[in-house]
Design a protein around this ligand. Sequence first.
Ligand SMILES: Nc1nc2c(ncn2[C@@H]2O[C@H](COP(=O)(O)OP(=O)(O)OP(=O)(O)O)[C@@H](O)[C@H]2O)c(=O)[nH]1
Length: 398
Amino acid sequence: MNPTTIWLVVGGLILAAFVITGLVAVRQRRILAGRRTGQLEEGPTPPVPTEPAQDAGDDAGVSVDVAEPAVSAEPEIVEAELLEPDRRPEAPEPPQSRMARLRRRLAGSTGALSRGLLMLISRDKIDEETWDDFEAVLIQSDLGVDPTTELVEALRSRIRVDAIADPAAARAILRQELLKLVDPTMDRSLDDTRTDKPAVIMVVGVNGTGKTTTVGKLARVLVAEDKDVLLGAADTFRAAAADQLETWGSRVGVPTVRGSEGADPASVAYEAVRAGIEQEVDVVLVDTAGRLHTKTGLMDELGKVKRVMERQAPVGEVLLVLDATTGQNGLVQARIFADVVQITGIVLTKLDGSARGGIVVQVQRELGVPVKLVGLGEGVDDLAPFDPEVFVDALLTP
Ligand SMILES: Nc1nc2c(ncn2[C@@H]2O[C@H](COP(=O)(O)OP(=O)(O)OP(=O)(O)O)[C@@H](O)[C@H]2O)c(=O)[nH]1
């Protein structure tokens, strides 16, 4: 072999080594990028399981088109950015000061109702006209006809039997009777504790009731409790909804799984739970699209979103968000949603500035599930656990 041939062979070998090293580096970068975006490098994303037709589970009565969610609209996981010092996640307000502030806010918001009740109960002479006025105030607060009748009858008989003439004593009886209606015995705790898998909380409701805002606020509360949280933007009808949720995620410093506009919501929800399991988070919070409760197809889809998530982890909470200012309409919505997914708790939003707190009693009776959280404003820390005693005291604070 002459020297020129030897140099050519050596040169060829060096070139081949460079090419191989380059290819390996590119591949590793792709794997890392894939992990960051939650996409698997090897092979296609595992398909979301299709549903056996007989698997109606707790959502009996819902017939669902069990077509496999579109894999083309593969959800991406958007990590909370590595934040610059001036863009660190905002620290949520500590639970104690938040609760004290929200108590004051609740007391302020029920002013009109409480003034009405207290004025009547404090009258020198409680006659038939007073009781009629009292009933009217309660009905206007959305307490509902049956609870109002029960309350008035209980009050009348106790005031008569105990010969109550003192307004303070009448107020104490009113407090007891109101508390009975709100039912302090209901379990209002949130199933937000991780077991071997993340706790999964799904949030449903019609458009504009405050679902996305509630998911964001709840994420802040959970982060303040030192929980690892992941958000799922299963509202794929409006791209802005996923953006809104992602913004909440960035503010609190938690990742968001989202899909492209029009992607199958069940597919995004499935991916969110999968990512939550993979990242070993404590809680996966899934926001769903606001839907017209009158559209059967959309409502059926909601049942499917839940069942698909349950292929991976139990959905411990389905929170129905109701707008306290919509009154009876909220009840109609509650009934229809409860037919499609098993609701485990109510979030009553916009209770600030609403003199219709009585809806708490009606909706609990209607669904047999407790109000667990209340929204008391548009601020980021304006979500509070519902406490019957605080609520009733607020109703009786002028
Ligand atoms: N005053 C008040 N406003 C609230 C409360 N909760 C939510 N909102 C406001 O209600 C509006 C609708 O809230 P969203 O969270 O976008 O409602 P959504 O149900 O996700 O709406 P869609 O995405 O259209 O389904 C926003 O302007 C919120 O700031 C609350 O407790 N009090």
